[in-house]
Design a binder for this molecule. Structure first.
Ligand code: HEM
Length: 447
């Protein structure tokens, strides 16, 4: 399908929106699903920082690639917009109570409880579970071999599910094995575009029954027997008024995690190792940092790994180049607003576009170069660096994601020298995410 086009202007009521392609709406929606990055690039080249796409049922969506507009979007009170219409596609896999589908006071209520459940308290234990899971999986994948070529996406998809299982159910091997078996049978058997999330829907009855049993077990456990995993914390979490979540709400937050904490982390890890393998300087610097600060990452305290600045910068740079979600949730305005000089009426949707901002040469010189140092030299604002979105809708994985990435990177550079393998072809659309090619491999070799 062509990504060359002329210019047209969408209108909402009497108000003209910023210009956009003159393609029929169904064609724009199809391009958005099939080749989102190409569409964004072509529109930015033709119309500049801010343009309008007609995205099917979602209607006119104004894409913001300029930090000034994004700063104002993130500062807009949540009472002025809704995200549910933009996120409707998540309903089948995440459920009606998923955070992505809430707005207003319901969103505030569930987010408050989920944020406290995912808070700092449990993260130290989780860092240890991540390190153990990753170490075991690398041992299984490589065994005693000195050299091996490894397909990254399947490895990291399984690793992310095992990490998620440890987060939700505690560090229990049989729970992780069961989850991996279910994902293998239902979710990963067809990885085209939207299919994996339809597969997650098939898991729903089993997941609901399992989580319900676990919640009942926890309710009957005495204080000292409590597992203190995420389910336990969701059970005791409450909103600002002290109200707990219902079982249905807890179940849908867990279903939400089966997407948000699996696919983005698997993709980020895959790209991370692919970039580090192709950048020997970065690899050496990361290794030197780990060794000088902690010795061998395999025996180090995982919570210390998370504090290493070059490792952190490397993971930030990766999510700059591959934000996984090209845009944050679109905000459909319930009242007219102006963002950096662009007047938008009620009914228009404003979408902060990380993909476009992260490739601006005025913010990130030579944007196509993988250069972690830029994050050590300069502190970027949330409107300039937005892989996790911002404002009231900011992602809940802002601690867990870098933690997983840094721990995995430290383990790898500590033990192996990695080099590029097969590129695997083009990046793929995977639900609302953009992920690395399935056939991407890297070569592990002795240091
Ligand atoms: C590479 C990893 C990840 C990336 C790039 C990412 C990105 C995002 C983005 C862009 C948003 C929308 C923010 C906005 O509209 O302003 C979001 C929302 C969300 N993310 Fe993540 N995420 C990642 C990992 C995670 C993880 C690990 C979790 C769970 C622990 C998570 C849970 C959520 C939830 C629940 C929301 C909805 C928040 C709301 O609507 O208020 N994400 N994420």
């Amino acid at each position: 399908m062509e990504t060359t086009f002329g210019e047209s202007a969408s209108t909402v009521g009497a108000l003209r929106l910023p210009p956009g392609p003159d393609l029929p709406a169904d064609q724009q929606a199809r391009l958005w699903i099939e080749r989102p990055l190409e569409l964004l690039d072509a529109c930015a080249a033709r119309f500049g920082d801010v343009f309008t796409l007609e995205l099917g049922a979602n209607g006119p969506t104004v894409m913001f690639g300029d930090p000034a507009g994004i700063r104002e979007i993130f500062r807009t009170p949540a009472s002025s917009y809704e995200c549910r219409p933009f996120n409707e596609g998540y309903r089948i896999a995440m459920g009606d109570h998923a955070l992505f589908l809430q707005d207003g006071s319901e969103h505030r209520r569930i987010k408050c409880a989920a944020t406290s459940a995912l808070g700092h308290e449990g993260m130290e234990a989780h860092a240890i579970a991540i390190a153990r899971t990753a170490a075991e999986m690398f041992d299984t994948a490589l065994g005693d071999r000195q050299e091996a070529t490894v397909a990254l996406r399947p490895l990291f998809h399984e690793m992310a599910v095992r990490m998620l299982s440890a987060l939700i159910f505690g560090d229990r091997r049989e729970a992780a094995d069961r989850m991996v078996a279910w994902f293998r049978a239902e979710v990963w058997r067809d990885t085209r575009a939207w299919k994996p999330w339809a597969g997650l829907h098939r898991l729903r009855p089993r997941l609901v029954a399992w989580i319900t049993d676990e919640l009942n077990l926890r309710r009957s456990a005495s204080g000292s027997d409590r597992a203190l995993d995420l389910l336990d914390r969701l059970l005791t979490a409450h909103d600002a008024d002290g109200r707990p979540l219902s079982d249905a709400e807890i179940i849908d937050q867990v279903r939400t995690l089966t997407i948000t904490a699996v696919d983005p982390i698997a993709f980020a890890l895959t790209w991370l190792l692919a970039h580090v393998a192709a950048a020997p300087g970065v690899q050496n610097t990361a290794r030197a940092e780990v060794e000088m600060s902690l010795g061998d990452a395999w025996t180090a305290d995982p919570t210390e790994i998370v504090r290493l600045p070059y490792l952190a910068a490397t993971c930030q740079e990766l999510l700059r180049m591959h934000p996984v979600l090209p845009t944050a949730s679109g905000r459909r305005l319930t009242e007219a607003r102006e963002f950096a000089g662009h007047k938008l009426p009620a009914g228009a949707t404003a979408a902060p576009c990380a993909y476009l901002v992260h490739r601006r040469p005025d913010l990130y010189p030579e944007p196509m170069t993988f250069r972690p140092e830029r994050f050590l030299e300069h502190r970027f604002g949330l409107h300039e660096y937005l892989p996790f979105g911002g404002g009231a809708r900011r992602c809940l994985g802002t601690t867990l994601t870098p933690m997983s990435m840094q721990i995995v990177l430290a383990l790898v550079v500590s033990r192996w020298q990695i080099a590029p393998g097969a590129s695997g072809g083009a990046d793929i659309r995977y639900g609302t995410l953009v992920g690395p090619p399935e056939g991407l491999t890297i070569r592990f070799g002795p240091r």
